[in-house]
Design a binder for this molecule. Structure first.
Ligand SMILES: *[C@@H]1O[C@H](CO)[C@@H](O)[C@H](O)[C@H]1NC(C)=O
Ligand SMILES: *[C@@H]1O[C@H](CO)[C@@H](O)[C@H](O)[C@H]1NC(C)=O
Length: 298
């Protein structure tokens, strides 16, 4: 029995290791932007590099900008490299998220990564949130261990029916577990598009809205490149990969739990970088939400 288990474990582990090495991510997109994405709003605030591989979104007093995938996905690995607005970016939010709808519908599922800008030289925060059927309120905020405005870093989401993990480079910063039952907290039914956008939120984003955007510094530009996904692409009424999900590495044993080295990294993040965790906020939630009792270590 023991032998059998270890063999079963090893094969997907290799697959995961190969997959998470970006140099071997076969699905990494060198395709044209237009093949994969649509611009959601303000085409004139969108630019690409000459070779088309880097995408720039800009925000000025008039408007921000956003793009989304043409396809929807249900489960998989989704990754993008971002370099955020440098200098004084108070009130500017750069977002990278997945959502089951094009708008903020009352029954949407959503998985958010938002970068909250700051005054010059002060640290950016990364805020994450998870919505199921229109309800979020599951914020976490982390500091980063590098300046995200200096270089491109990779931000990824691993999503399967057991867990949802947010990665910064290769470090898991947040783990959301499913409980294997129908519930109101784990998005696992609706396929989602992937979105990127920049907008102004100086009513809340920086020091709770105290720091306003300095429009003299506009335009604010965030850069994106190397979108890659390895997941189940949706087709109506449903794709084959939905009923055979465990055939795929992202929905196998090794993708259902953090590995030992990921657990070490995750523990380091928990100790050093968490600024806010809704699961610890007993003032806001006298009875903590059900999912807060699920252990990320399992
Ligand atoms: C989703 O939310 C709507 C209200 O916005 C509610 O009517 C519906 O029952 C919910 N669905 C589930 C599966 O909980
Ligand atoms: C901005 O910098 C200040 C001062 O270092 C810090 O308190 C705050 O958390 C930072 N981030 C945001 C988004 O307010």
């Amino acid at each position: 029995m023991e032998k059998r288990v270890s063999a079963l474990v090893l094969i997907p582990l290799l697959a995961v290791m190969v997959r998470m090495d970006p140099s071997s991510a076969t699905s990494e997109s060198k395709a044209n932007f237009e093949d994969q994405f649509n611009i959601m709003w303000s085409e004139d605030h969108f630019k690409t590099s000459e070779d088309g591989q880097v995408w720039y979104l800009s925000l000025d007093k008039e408007t921000g900008c956003g793009f989304q995938t043409k396809q929807r996905y249900r489960f998989g690995w989704f990754s993008m490299k971002l370099k955020l607005v440098g200098g004084d970016s108070a009130g500017v939010v750069t977002a990278y998220y997945m959502c089951s709808e094009n708008g903020a519908g009352p029954e949407r599922d959503e998985v958010d990564i938002e970068f909250l800008g700051n005054r010059s030289g002060q640290p950016y925060l990364i805020q994450t949130n998870v919505y199921k059927n229109g309800t979020g309120n599951r914020e976490m905020r982390h500091m980063l261990w590098f300046d995200p405005t200096k270089d491109f870093h990779t931000y990824s989401i691993l999503w399967n029916n057991q867990q949802l993990v947010f990665f910064v480079d290769k470090v898991p910063i947040r783990v959301c577990k499913n409980n294997g039952k129908p519930n109101n907290f784990f998005p696992n039914e609706k396929p989602m598009y992937l979105f990127s956008s920049i907008w102004n939120a100086d009513d809340w984003a920086t020091r709770g809205g105290l720091e306003k955007t300095d429009w003299k510094k506009a335009p604010f530009v965030s850069s994106y490149k190397d979108f890659s996904f390895d997941g189940c692409q949706w087709v109506d009424p449903y794709p084959k990969c939905v009923s055979t999900t465990t055939d795929n590495w992202w929905d196998q044993y090794d993708a259902w739990h953090l590995s030992d080295s990921q657990k070490k990294d995750y523990a380091w993040v928990q100790r050093n970088l968490v600024i806010y965790d809704y699961c610890k906020d007993t003032e806001r939630f006298p009875t903590l939400p059900e999912e807060c009792s699920l252990s990320p270590w399992d």
